[in-house]
Design a protein around this ligand. Structure first.
Ligand SMILES: Cc1cc2nc3c(=O)[nH]c(=O)nc-3n(C[C@H](O)[C@H](O)[C@H](O)COP(=O)(O)OP(=O)(O)OC[C@H]3O[C@@H](n4cnc5c(N)ncnc54)[C@H](O)[C@@H]3O)c2cc1C
Length: 466
């Protein structure tokens, strides 16, 4: 007889782990399975966390080498000990993973199992040859780099995010394919450490999924710091010989060749569904991943999916938010639907870009009449003190309800400001509501008050003019 579980969760990343733990807290008998020995997913092992450890070190190094702006003269050549930075990365990963494992072990009805999963039928799974039955299942297997169909012996040897954080030596040069969030963050990080960096992108600018004004500030910074950027590029071949990649591409009708020691491919993400044998469970999927409804149910209503494996914003916190919706819908009486309109995220570029809610493009799609108001950090006291005046704070206001429905922040410190922005958007606050908060001086948060006042006085003037 197969062992039976109330819920089997496949994938122990930011989607699967909190879902399994919450269901166990509901008293359900839960099996959490992952190919990896320990929980954490791509986010912990090859994504958010390792990238941020290395970026922190690179930013600290860069602050030292650029400390002249504060009239500090260094009397020796700065050096970064890359092998020690990598050790820090491994330590924090181990610490976080063990912490998650301890929490799992404290839940008596939750079992963690290492293994690769595939469906046998609509209520049975196979894990390493052993069969398990379930009432409900959650597919939370994440995504991986989508490798475009390119010819050449080098394609199989390029790095993705699964390789780059494990290189023992700091590389001397990297050619990045794709100018999305992962490439931009990593290219700026390596550039700050003196690594020669070059990006090939098929569209006409970097970060085509984010508003153009923010993307352009990042692009300008990249160019001024020496990152080479080539746009409207059509990749043809990647060959590898004697430790060198030869990348052939066309641009404006001309063929170009570049030679680089390392190539990193960050050309979008594709859902991890291949190994699951979803056909056996009659679960529908397409090129964007598992197809789900707004309650996150697949074509089999007892099998749910969430996180990077579905067609939705691909962030760790969004995956965990969806996990909450899934567990609620599985075990609580009234169903919840997912709503991404108040989602927030940060691009840890230089300057950072942080966004919550609806941007101009989305507002247009939804036919919402909006007003846009901007506060420029060039006028901000804290930004001037920090010599970091580039960037802006932007409110997108629904002119009918006066609610602030979207906020975009571009600044070196945008990540620390997005929390307040999230609360403003989540609570559908107006400029008047924001004005009630008295922000401390001199901090970057003053921008919220100043922008709210600007909006309020503008509307007063308009009203007084009749
Ligand atoms: C370089 C990089 C940087 C990033 N930085 C950020 C950031 O700063 N902030 C942010 O919010 N997001 C960031 N992300 C995105 C974030 O990592 C993902 O959105 C998040 O990991 C998605 O969580 P998930 O649980 O859906 O999937 P994952 O974290 O990918 O976890 C899925 C798990 O499923 C397991 N699995 C897959 N198939 C099977 C199978 N057949 N059997 C058993 N187990 C299986 C995998 O081993 C994996 O552990 C980054 C991503 C990358 C690549």
């Amino acid at each position: 007889m197969n062992t039976h579980y109330d819920l089997i969760v496949i994938g122990a990343g930011p989607a699967g782990t909190p879902a399994a733990m919450a269901a166990a807290q509901f008293g359900k008998k839960v099996l959490l399975v992952d190919r990896r020995e320990a929980p954490g997913g791509e986010c912990l092992f090859e994504g958010c966390i390792p990238s941020k450890v290395l970026e922190n070190a690179a930013n600290a190094y860069y602050d030292v080498v650029t400390s002249k702006k504060f009239h500090i003269e260094m009397d020796s050549v700065s050096q970064i000990h890359w092998e020690d930075v990598l050790k820090d990365k491994d330590e924090i990963i181990k610490h976080r993973s063990m912490g998650a494992m301890k929490q799992i072990e404290m839940l008596k009805t939750l079992t963690y199992k290492q293994g690769s999963v595939n469906f046998v039928d609509t209520h049975t799974l196979r894990v390493n040859g052993e069969l398990f039955d379930f009432d409900k299942a959650l597919i939370a297997t994440g995504a991986k780099t989508a490798i475009p169909p390119i010819q050449g012996s080098g394609v199989e040897r390029v790095w993705t995010n699964r390789d780059v954080f494990f290189e023992e030596k700091l590389p001397s040069e990297i050619l990045f394919i794709g100018a999305g969030a992962i490439s931009c963050e990593l290219a700026q990080m390596f550039n700050k450490l003196g690594v020669k960096t070059h990006i090939l992108e098929r569209s006409e600018r970097i970060l085509k999924h984010i508003p153009k004004d923010g993307a352009m500030l990042v692009q300008k910074r990249m160019i001024s710091s020496g990152i080479e950027l080539d746009f409207n590029v059509n990749l043809e071949r990647i060959e590898y010989e004697n430790g060198t990649f030869e990348v052939t591409y066309t641009k404006e009708g001309l063929t170009h060749k570049l030679e680089y020691e390392n190539v990193l491919m960050a050309t979008g993400r594709v859902a991890n569904v291949d190994a699951l044998e979803l056909e056996n469970a009659k679960v529908e999927y397409d090129k964007h991943g598992v197809v789900v409804n707004e309650r996150l149910q697949s074509s089999q209503s007892h099998i749910y999916a969430c996180g990077d494996v579905i067609n939705a914003p691909k962030f760790a916190h969004t995956a965990s938010y969806e996990a909450g919706v899934v567990v609620h819908n599985m075990f609580a009486p009234s169903p919840h639907v997912v709503n991404y309109e108040k989602n927030s995220w940060v691009l840890f570029s230089d300057p950072q870009v942080a966004i919550v809610g609806i941007d101009e493009v989305r507002a247009q799609e939804k036919e919402i009449d909006i007003a846009i108001e901007v506060y420029n950090y060039a006028q901000d006291a804290r930004a001037q003190l920090d010599k970091n005046t580039e960037g802006f704070l932007k409110f997108i206001i629904d002119t009918k309800t006066k609610a602030i429905i979207g906020i975009e922040i571009v600044h070196a410190d945008a990540a620390s400001l997005i929390g307040e922005a999230s609360l403003i958007v989540a609570n559908e606050m107006s400029a008047m509501d924001v004005m009630k908060a008295i922000h401390p001086h001199p901090t970057l948060t003053e921008g919220f008050s100043k922008l709210a006042q600007q909006i309020f006085f503008k509307s007063m003037m308009q009203r007084s003019r009749g």
